[in-house]
Design a protein around this ligand. Structure first.
Ligand SMILES: Nc1ncnc2c1ncn2[C@@H]1O[C@H](COP(=O)(O)OP(=O)(O)O)[C@@H](O)[C@H]1O
Ligand SMILES: [Mg+2]
Length: 237
């Protein structure tokens, strides 16, 4: 069984009287341990697709199905879907989305607090140790007390990846993680993602408009006209 099965995703945005069909039957299957890149032009629906996979939004129709380990995520109870979003999935965004008032260590620990409750997590030295360990692994051991504003873009994104990994997500979703970085810094971020993959067989879905970035994945698919097609433009069944 694939870790994730996406079938016939349909999503149309409506702005007043204008409808913008974005996903028109997108399907994708991802095996545990795979690193899949979804390549698509700006506006092709990549972020929409990731939000649906991560349970942050819902498809339009009941025929659209997303199964994680065989279970339909939109069939889950509200609590089940909350757990899926907070534990099963980790998100990395183009613009980092770090909390400006918190330091680096707190930004990473907060993922665990969302999962376990603030009072519980704050008492747990294990949480602090794991967050520190992740940050050290990303070369940020000397930045723990810095605020995001005191870091470079590449450093901020490494903090964001550490935060996304804090709860050991089964699935890491990365939305143009290098889109705001120069090529060299972006390559370093992709190297860091590659190391995580090698060490823990982390399953990753990354969306990007950049073929050079997509080429770092094990498998590249394209998002075109609202559907996922293989790199050779053969529709994926
Ligand atoms: N919340 C929204 N309301 C209306 N239109 C949206 C919304 N989000 C995205 N869109 C539109 O849907 C299309 C796909 O957006 P998006 O998924 O962000 O594409 P990408 O990430 O590939 O650039 C774009 O035309 C965008 O303007
Ligand atoms: Mg986007």
């Amino acid at each position: 069984m694939p870790l994730l099965e996406v079938q016939n995703l349909q999503k149309t945005y409506r702005l007043g009287r204008v409808s913008v069909p974005v996903l028109r039957g997108a399907s994708l299957s991802v095996e545990e341990g795979e690193f899949v890149a979804v390549l698509g032009a700006s506006g092709s629906g990549k972020s929409t697709l990731l939000h649906l996979i991560g349970g942050l939004d819902r498809p339009d129709r009941a025929e659209s199905v997303i199964r994680f380990q065989g279970e339909s995520i939109y069939g889950m109870s509200a609590g089940g879907l909350d757990r899926y979003r907070a534990r099963t999935v980790g998100f990395v965004f183009q613009f980092y989305h770090l909390l400006p008032e918190l330091n680096v260590l707190q930004n990473v620990m907060i993922a665990s607090m969302v999962r376990h409750g603030f009072a519980f997590s704050a008492r747990r030295t294990g949480v602090r140790a794991r967050a520190t360990g992740l940050l050290e692994a990303f070369g940020l051991g000397s930045r723990l007390r810095h605020r995001p504003a005191e870091l470079s873009g590449g450093e901020r994104q490494r903090v964001a990846i550490a935060r996304a990994l804090m709860n050991e997500p089964r699935l890491l979703l990365a939305d143009e993680p290098t889109g705001n970085l120069d090529r060299k810094t972006g390559d370093a971020i992709l190297d860091a993602l590659g190391r995580i993959r090698a060490e823990s067989r982390q399953t990753v879905i990354m969306v990007t408009h950049d073929a050079h970035v997509a080429a770092r994945a094990d498998r590249v698919v394209k998002l075109e006209d609202g559907c996922v097609v293989a790199e050779h433009s053969r529709p994926l069944v």
